[in-house]
Design a protein around this ligand. Structure first.
Ligand code: ADP
Length: 456
């Protein structure tokens, strides 16, 4: 085709759109730092910087048996955790699938179901002698939805996210609701702490690896938590907690740059995603980074090239034109295809989208995936760098516990974060190292429960 631009020419255009220079990254880090400070100073800022009422790091010597319940987006997870001290633990767990109906029916019923599952779980361990009959175990409750907390064992649900819509729950204290369900069914468990998965990840990772200072989640969404000096959290000054105590902060950093859109390099594909999302303007940082969106960014580029007549002329493209049909896991697969012919990519396009591809097109798609994935990792590095820089961790270095499918499964994601940190900080950037975090909603939640018991 005479007018058809070579794929390589097209690629150059996207390279220019998706590449972040070190200088640009440093500007983002500065703005990010400011946003973190503002969130600590006042309520209802763009980055919420939520106080968690988890005070200080675990000693590593927390011991005892704890229950942990995690009401996740797809599953209810119930765990029995034995903390053995010395950073060691044992864990057993059961998962219960949540139906779409359960997510929408009355909130108290949802907690009744949680209590029912927990009761069945405890009973099975009483039967086999693991738990002594008559004991009432302390329970850590992981509830990763935005809550207003005034203490560690209280949390008023601000609004449901992740597809939940159970009525009579928003505005209510979820600990109180869960406690009511436990009492109704005589479940021998005492809720002592309410946490979110990111805070749990921070605490669990530090328990095992005391050099950990920050935890990040890169899954469907993205978030981070770290430990802050109470004196540096002006918005909770009125509580009269001594300045030198420390409290974990749940950043909810996915909201960075929301509404104002002044700091992040958004392409027109990012804008389309934002405008067609159910929450336009919100979670601006998350929309460039998390697993929910990366596949969609690539899909929008492909659709643009279909419209321009560059790709798939004469083929039926309706399948790839369905929003969110291109999973981020496909990007992982495309990047890791080991064959010269890119057979994996042939498979993805033919099997899932009924499309035939040429080798040049497949190479182009792989290069696009790399651009989108690399940008996400480098922006993640900016967020980490903002916390590192704010806290002055660069000189001595620190570890960053990271979790979520994007971090764990996307090839090279961690390496790209590290490369980004090096671009931002120079050689010293190598002092900041991410690693696969410990399980926050099981172990982390149990440790927080143990810390709370000790403090009382
Ligand atoms: P969640 O954050 O919902 O608890 P995950 O950490 O598993 O769960 O993240 C799910 C997200 O990760 C989804 O958006 C999905 O598209 C993406 N994902 C799943 N598998 C992979 C993979 N192999 N590579 C990259 N992303 C993936």
């Amino acid at each position: 085709h005479a007018t058809k631009k070579k794929m390589a020419d097209h690629l150059r255009k996207y390279e220019a759109l998706f590449t972040l220079t070190p200088q640009r990254m440093r500007m983002i880090v500065e703005a990010f730092k400011e946003s973190l400070e503002t969130g600590l100073a006042k309520n209802e800022q763009i980055v919420p910087m939520i106080p968690t009422y988890v005070f200080g790091w675990p000693s590593g010597n927390e011991t005892g048996d704890y229950l942990a319940v995690d009401l996740g987006g797809t599953n209810l997870r119930v765990c029995l955790v034995t903390l053995q001290g010395g950073g060691k633990f044992e864990i057993t767990q059961s998962k219960y699938r949540l139906s779409e109906e359960q997510k929408q029916e009355d909130g108290q019923k949802l907690f009744d179901f949680c209590a029912e599952c927990l009761k069945a779980f405890i009973d099975s361990y009483i039967d086999d002698g693991t738990i002594k009959a008559g004991t009432r175990l302390p329970l850590g409750f992981t509830f990763s939805y935005p809550c207003a907390q005034k203490s560690i064992d209280h949390g008023q649900l601000i609004r449901w996210t992740k597809g939940f819509g159970a009525p009579n729950t928003e505005g209510h204290d979820v600990v109180e609701m869960f406690r009511r369900s436990l009492e109704k069914q005589n479940v021998p468990a005492e809720i002592v702490a309410l946490t979110c998965d990111t805070t749990g990840t921070l605490i669990a990772s530090h328990y095992v690896n005391p050099k950990t200072r920050i935890a990040c989640i890169f899954g469907t969404g993205c978030n981070a938590a770290y430990m802050e000096r109470v004196g540096d959290i002006p918005k909770i000054k009125h509580l009269g907690i001594p300045d030198d105590e420390e409290m974990a902060i749940n950043c909810e950093w996915g909201a960075f740059d929301s509404f104002e859109h002044e700091n992040l390099p958004r392409t027109k594909y990012d804008q389309i995603i934002d405008e067609t999302s159910n929450k336009p303007g919100e979670q601006a940082f998350e929309k460039l980074i998390s697993g929910r969106y990366l596949g969609e960014i690539l899909r929008l580029i492909i659709c643009e090239l279909i419209d321009e007549g560059v790709l798939f002329l004469g083929q039926n493209t309706y399948k790839i034109e369905i929003p969110y049909s291109f999973d981020t896991a496909f990007l992982s697969l495309m990047e890791s295809d080991p064959t010269d012919e890119l057979l994996m990519i042939i498979g993805i396009f033919s099997h899932f989208f009924a499309l035939e591809t040429t080798l040049a097109e497949r190479q182009f798609f792989r290069a696009l995936a790399k651009l989108v994935g690399r940008r996400a990792a480098r922006l993640s590095a900016c967020g980490i760098a903002a916390i590192v820089s704010k806290k002055g961790y660069l000189e001595e270095g620190c570890m960053v516990g990271a979790d979520g499918s994007l971090y764990n499964k996307y090839p090279g994601f961690a390496e790209r974060i590290h490369e980004g940190l090096h671009d931002i900080f120079g050689e010293k950037g190598r002092n900041v190292v991410t690693y696969h975090a410990e399980d926050g909603s099981g172990i982390g939640s149990a440790i927080v429960a143990a810390m709370t018991k000790q403090r009382k």
